[in-house]
Design a protein around this ligand. Structure first.
Ligand code: DGL
Length: 257
């Protein structure tokens, strides 16, 4: 079973990382649309055009199912992709429902890109599940840029997040939702800035569970290495080393709750 996973950049590695852990029997193609990142500051029309091309490319490489490892692309394009292509298309959205279910008390802070925060999809999700209006939304566009530069920690990252979080009374919160796949790279800084009782939650496990319910994945490890693509180009060895370093960082970030 060959699965195509894509994002605007390195954020979707969060999902790939979780998918490899839980479903080692699949063969994975990972597509980072680095020529067009960040999606979170583009128009819906632009994003739809980019992702149509990506799905066509991945199908051409033999993908039998597609995972949109990007909350932003899912928000604006999942419906159209499902209408256009016949393979299973698994999207993701900020784990707000998970946070509301897991944390019965306290407020929920959901961070995402500007497109996701403004999008109807997230607002419908909140209308459906957040009956007591416990969730607040926060757009963190700069974090995507930091991630794409490989600047995962340090003074500038901390100052940016401290400033963004200063608008909220953090002691009122019980969960922080990482509603953009790029944000998982910064879990150590979030952990340092948020009160201990605030849980960090993301949607990666939910997506992988949905993938597992949509397609049959052999239990035996496939042994086939992931093939990485950068906006349609096969990645060169230097870039591959960067992506592998990102995956190692995710090993560390996964342990932070
Ligand atoms: N990683 C993506 C998400 O989950 C989008 C980041 C961007 O390109 O702005 O929303």
């Amino acid at each position: 079973m060959r699965i195509g996973i894509f994002d605007s950049g390195i954020g979707g590695l969060t999902v790939l990382h979780r998918a490899i852990r839980r479903c080692p029997g699949a063969e994975y193609l990972y597509y980072a649309d680095c020529a067009h990142v960040p999606y979170g500051e583009r128009t819906a029309e632009e994003i739809c055009a980019f992702v149509r091309e990506i799905v066509e490319f991945l199908l051409g490489e033999g993908a039998q199912a597609i995972v949109i490892a990007c909350n932003t692309a899912t928000s604006v394009a999942v419906r159209e992709l499902r209408q256009t292509f016949s393979v299973p298309i698994i999207g993701m959205e900020p784990a707000v429902k998970l946070a509301l279910d897991r944390c019965a008390q306290g407020r929920i802070l959901a961070a995402a890109t500007p497109v996701t925060v403004r999008g109807d999809k997230l607002h419908s999700l909140l209308e459906k599940w957040d009956e007591h209006h416990r969730a607040d939304l926060l757009a963190l566009p700069e974090l995507v840029r930091f991630a794409e530069r490989g600047e995962f920690e340090g003074e500038a990252v901390t100052a940016y997040l401290r400033d963004a979080l200063s608008a909220f009374r953090l002691e009122d919160y019980s969960a922080f939702v990482l509603g953009c796949t790029h944000f998982n790279f910064f879990k150590d800084t979030f952990r340092a800035l948020l009160p201990e009782r605030v849980r960090l939650l993301d949607g990666a496990d939910g997506v992988v569970s949905r993938l597992m319910s949509c397609v049959e994945i052999p239990a035996e490890p496939s042994g086939v290495p992931v093939r990485f693509f950068d906006s349609g180009e096969c990645v060169e060895s230097a870039r591959l080393a960067q992506l592998e370093a990102c995956m190692r960082r995710l090993d560390l970030m996964e342990r932070i709750e």
